[in-house]
Design a protein around this ligand. Structure first.
Ligand code: NAX
Ligand code: K
Length: 524
């Protein structure tokens, strides 16, 4: 089943559908093979793609300011695309200089190279003659890259990276692994990457981001049927504003009441870490959750009450170190009174008995920060296997390694790692990063847009609260868990982007971030 439509409303456009799809190199090859088998001539497709690329280059780099363009050409069809771009820009009046450090080219690429030469466009093996160009187009390798760059191409790429002119990479920055995003020895540091047809998974891996620059999709009208035939189910998807908003519990019945809008229990904070509890509470507040209860150590209850007057603050007995010693819920209340529980920020690992108690509950549970550290101590997989209800884990890479020491290393392939962790544990796993990835057993969502402004203490606490509040509401509205987690990640990062736009990347402390959450909903 390829449910590109679900959970989106009927108003979804083709472009939006296409922009959710994420493919590996092999899947892209298979999709292309179907297009060619259907009768589309390879040369015609190359003309179409390169025409779209040339048009974007002319928009971004007008000839009046960028009169000379250097084109780097590889042996395959990435190089073929680049040569067609070279020709088209030449006819638009740009001065074009080509660098092609290969003697053996694929047939179509060789034909285009010959025509470019016949037009009088200079073609060199070395990069030096291109030094004065105002912009470069990187058409060395696309998804056909099979191994690390070797001499002389590696030296050409290093030299290009030392220069300061902008670089536009076709499909992928040359040298980046299409699936893992790994830099194979060396890679082009692009200013823009024009990803062709469908998003390649490597462009959404954190390790590629320093090389990708601004990424945009050049949609060349791949038939949806060919995508569906190759991706039987869309195992990996990019979050889009439409997919996120369609999943959020934004609509309310006029006759609803507070308990129908979800009741969230946060368990967080310690005498040592008070702020984490406040930030989690403020994140939950922005989710619109109907009822919010916050269990904290008794001694910090007044602080929480002052910051979150609408919440029910549950003061609990505490250990000598100031951690929650045991949950002491109000009379006639037990864990079944809540639609969701979020546990972890600021707890300290001294709160271990609490974790045992919430693990035994039959409520959806979100674990973060010390909640994750305690879970790792308890043994992640066996502990989760005993649980009756869904669990959401929100680790950063360090916490992830403690939770899942025997799975794929998230620093080598984050998307494979998050998938493996979800498959092993049965939990929904949200791996934080520049491109946060969220997986359950069947699917992965990737958040394609964020800001380094969020790399700051406390911003994860805000996410936990927001997520908890949304899951509490989703439970009452039957919204699928994985999708609500993905939408929470999107909402959180959009708030960071809006805040950074107003206040610079330095100005987005976690409290400020909470104040921008509602603005995201207003601007979408
Ligand atoms: N076929 C088409 O008409 C289309 C092609 N497209 C373009 O074609 C690209 C894929 O084309 P290809 O499959 O030809 O692949 P590439 O152009 O990425 O290059 C593959 C070629 O490079 C060689 N090679 C791989 N790694 C190497 C290394 N480290 N050092 C030296 N040589 C190496 C391979 O043997 C092969 O000849 C896409 O990325 C895209 O740019 C897209 O525009 C879609 C349409
Ligand atoms: K490239």
């Amino acid at each position: 089943m390829f449910n590109l439509e679900s959970p989106l409303p009927n108003t979804t456009t083709r472009h939006e559908q296409i922009s959710r799809v994420v493919v590996t190199a092999q899947q892209m090859r298979d999709i292309e093979a179907r297009i060619f088998a259907g009768g589309m001539p390879v040369a015609a497709l190359m003309e179409k793609v390169a025409g779209l690329i040339a048009r974007r280059i002319i928009e971004l780099y007008p000839r009046s300011h960028f009169p000379c363009i250097g084109i780097l050409v590889g042996p395959g069809h990435n190089g073929g695309d680049a040569l067609v771009v070279a020709r088209e820009l030449h006819f638009q009046g740009y001065d074009i200089v080509v660098c092609c450090p290969f003697s053996k080219l694929k047939d179509l690429t060789a034909q285009n190279a010959q025509y470019v030469k016949s037009l009088g466009i200079p073609v060199y093996e070395a990069l030096e003659p291109l030094a004065k160009c105002a912009v470069f187009v990187d058409g060395l390798f696309g998804f056909g890259l099979e191994r690390s760059l070797a001499s002389p191409v590696d030296r050409i790429v290093d030299q290009l990276n030392e220069w300061s002119q902008p670089v536009v990479s076709i499909d992928l920055p040359s040298g980046i692994h299409t699936d893992t995003g790994e830099v194979l020895e060396t890679a082009v540091q692009a200013t823009q990457t024009f990803c062709l047809g469908l998003w390649k998974i490597g462009l959404l891996q954190d390790q590629a981001l320093d090389y990708v620059g601004q990424a945009e999709l050049i949609d060349f009208d791949i038939p949806i049927a060919d995508i569906q035939a190759v991706l039987e189910s869309p195992k990996i998807q990019r979050i889009t504003p439409q997919s996120a908003i369609a999943t959020l519990p934004l609509k309310r019945s006029p006759v609803t009441h507070k308990y129908k809008q979800g009741h969230l229990l946060l368990i967080c904070g310690s005498r040592r870490y008070t702020g984490g509890a406040i930030l989690t509470g403020l994140g939950a507040r922005a989710s619109g959750v109907g009822m919010l209860s916050i269990a904290v150590p008794e001694s910090i209850k007044p602080l929480l009450s002052a910051q979150l007057p609408e919440a029910l603050i549950v003061g609990c007995p505490e250990t000598a170190s100031g951690a929650i010693a045991q949950l002491q819920l109000p009379e006639k209340t037990d864990l079944r009174s809540f639609d969701a529980i979020a546990c972890g920020p600021g707890l300290t690992v001294d709160a271990k008995p609490i974790l045992q108690e919430v693990m035994n509950s039959d409520r959806p549970l979100i674990l973060d920060a010390d909640g994750l550290n305690i879970l790792a101590q308890m043994g992640t997989i066996p502990t989760l296997q005993r649980r009756q209800a869904p669990t959401v884990l929100t680790p950063h890479a360090g916490e992830f390694k403690r939770l899942f020491p025997d799975t794929v290393d998230p620093t080598s392939d984050r998307i494979a790692a998050v998938r493996a962790a979800a498959a092993q544990s049965g939990a929904v796993v949200l791996l934080k990063g520049a491109r946060t990835a969220i997986a359950d057993i069947d699917y992965v969502w990737i958040n394609p847009e964020s800001t380094p402004a969020l790399a700051r203490g406390g911003s994860g606490d805000v996410l936990t609260g927001l997520l908890g509040g949304l899951i509490a509401q989703a439970t009452t509205k039957h919204i699928p868990l994985l999708e609500i987690v993905a939408s929470a990640a999107w909402w959180h990062s959009q708030a960071g982007i809006l805040a950074a736009r107003d206040r610079t990347e330095m100005g987005v402390d976690a409290f400020t971030l909470t104040q921008y959450l509602i603005s995201v909903m207003r601007s979408n």
